[in-house]
Design a binder for this molecule. Structure first.
Ligand code: PGA
Length: 258
């Protein structure tokens, strides 16, 4: 598991996570990881790559001894069973994954996953000794109706209310406005900061201010080398979850601070 807990508030680990979605085979993943490792020797952030299920073992093998950690993009909430085509947390752990992305908006919108299901997956992932990146974010309609905070708060609370405070060291939240994913539209640093601060307050209210202070909150949605610096300057933005710009090792590595 990836610990996020640090003694100093200011020492929240900065994280850059790539979400490859349905791209790259095992061989492609292995060569990507080798290239990325050589490009990021001086990188100060922790580097995560959420790869397709079939590439986990190859990527994790290539990542041994590097600063790169491999994870998955989804899982089922049962640990085994008659669920054709699904994958369980213990299978991901055995394949070499150390974390899993849950509740990505593509899972919610295309595959109909709701907060209750995502919440069960969070618990199942922790049971399988996987850290979690939980994605939340509003649609364009939510934002235009002034419902951003209501929507995000509902997602955070429903997905996490039953998780014990002690487990939050294994949880990272990614704020990903749906209207910014894959569209080239990015939230302004101020817009993102406002939601990140609200998420930290919500976590404080369901756990404790100490747990909230230590929580890593990533921004995702059209992050690119050109817009990363302004976003990372915000106090509650602890790194990024990156889709398109994570598919090329040179572009992805240029998001790191040297
Ligand atoms: P994007 O995707 O960086 O291509 O917008 C982000 C994500 O889907 O996590």
């Amino acid at each position: 598991m990836l610990g996020c807990l640090q003694k100093e508030v200011s020492m929240r680990p900065k994280t850059i996570a790539g979400n490859w979605k349905m791209y790259k085979t095992g061989d492609e993943a292995a060569s990507f990881v080798a290239t990325l490792a050589s490009l990021t020797k001086d990188c100060q952030e922790r580097l995560l790559l959420a790869v397709p299920f079939t590439a986990i073992t190859a990527a994790a093998t290539a990542a041994k001894g590097t600063n790169i950690v491999i994870g998955a993009q989804n899982m089922h909430d049962a640990s085994s069973g008659a669920f054709t085509g699904e994958i369980a947390g213990p299978m991901l752990t055995a394949a070499g994954a150390r974390f899993v992305i849950l509740g990505h908006s593509e899972r919610r919108e295309i595959f109909g996953e709701d907060d209750v299901f995502v919440g069960r997956k969070v618990q199942a992932a922790l049971n399988a000794k996987l850290s979690v990146i939980l994605c939340v974010g509003e649609t364009l309609a939510d934002r235009e109706a002034g419902n951003t905070m209501v929507k995000v708060s509902e997602q955070v609370k429903t997905c996490l209310y039953s998780i014990p405070a002690a487990s939050f060291e294994h949880i990272t939240i990614a704020y990903e406005p749906v209207w910014a994913i894959g569209t080239g539209k990015v939230a302004t640093p101020a817009e993102a900061q406002a939601v990140h601060a609200a998420i930290r307050r919500i976590i404080g209210s369901i756990t404790s201010p100490e747990v909230a202070d230590k929580l890593c909150i990533l921004y995702g949605g059209s992050v690119k080398p050109e817009n990363a610096a302004a976003l990372r300057a915000e106090k509650d933005i602890d790194g990024f979850l990156v889709g398109g710009a994570s598919l090329n090792p040179e572009t992805f590595s240029s998001l790191c601070q040297k």
